[in-house]
Design a protein around this ligand. Sequence first.
Ligand code: DOR
Ligand code: ZN
Ligand code: ZN
Ligand code: ZN
Length: 386
Amino acid sequence: ETIDLNGNLILPGFLDMHVHLRQPGFEAKETIETGTAAAARGGFTTVACMPNTRPVLDSPELIRYVYEKTAQEGSCTVLPYGAITKGELGEELTDIAGLKAAGVIGITDDGVGVQSSSLMREAMRTAAALDLPVVIHSEDEDLAKDGCMNEGVVSKRLGLPGIPGLAESAMIARDILLAEDTGAHLHVCHISDAASVELVRHAKSRGLKVTTEVTPHHLLLTEAIIDQTDASDANMKVNPPIRTEKDRLACLQGLLDGTIDMVATDHAPHTEEEKQRPFQTAPFGFVGLEIAFPLLYTELVQTGHLPLHELVKKFTVNPAQVFKLDRGSLTVGKVADLTVVDLDTERTITGEELKTKGRNTPFMGKTVQGWSVLTINQGRITYQGK
Ligand code: DOR
Ligand code: ZN
Ligand code: ZN
Ligand code: ZN
């Protein structure tokens, strides 16, 4: 069979090191089948999935379940993270060596945060000995309390409880010190705050094994989106919250100067019913797999803020290097993981074409370009579109 690539760009298949596939337990939000189909449509050939499922991915059996389901129904490579604590309750460590033997690519607390410093220190010691990254949702729960958006001028005006940037940066500071103490590789999830970016920059300059990722929404939006919608639309609600223009620019600068290693979507599908709840009680999260590259291509590359090859690195070689994966480049003689991108055709983001079950994105209705038209995972066509 001959496929006409028609002047489009052939790139290594994208990697997204932070997605919520929701299976087992939350199949109304997403399944491995629908989440990986969305990944393939977005040009991704590898995704790393978070363990805040039900049951939580805290045992070798559940890691094997993810691999088996993916083999049956998946449209990309899925690499599961294991939970740091049993049930993500923050009380008792999981069998980290057993999880590693079952094939996890890291351990994480995403979904909750490990608040206990002694428990996190012990987890990092174990992970360091096993050469496993410790992937952290940095949030001090005591500072975050029951906040539902960024703490600042907008939350005050609207009278909504806020989550201060300090809830993130204070925890990152702790975890950097624990990583130094234990020799662990610390990977900071979804960085969103200016002080946090500075902490990671400083840790890297000291030679510590600290890496980080940023989401498209934290690179493109500010808390003003909530003001504009009267704070009634929970499709604007995410954790960490969308912060200020200063924070957004700090994330962009961090991406440019190498402080931030990669883009990750934090793809977090929820049902429409859940997102129709009042802002304060609706769940946090945005879907992102299908629109991440087009959004950043349109908003950062087309506008001259980031060269195309730098954006591509943030989706390919960088995540592969940080997580020591044999992926992210096109090498003669290797089985293909690639995506073909049409840089020119504009398309509007609507609900109908999405392969994810989630419709929860603040970018609905935006017209962007840079869509994948063909995705190949391990030599198999996993997406073909217009
Ligand atoms: O917005 C978020 N959604 N942030 C998280 O930390 C969890 C995630 C989810 O699982 O829905
Ligand atoms: Zn998180
Ligand atoms: Zn801030
Ligand atoms: Zn997450």
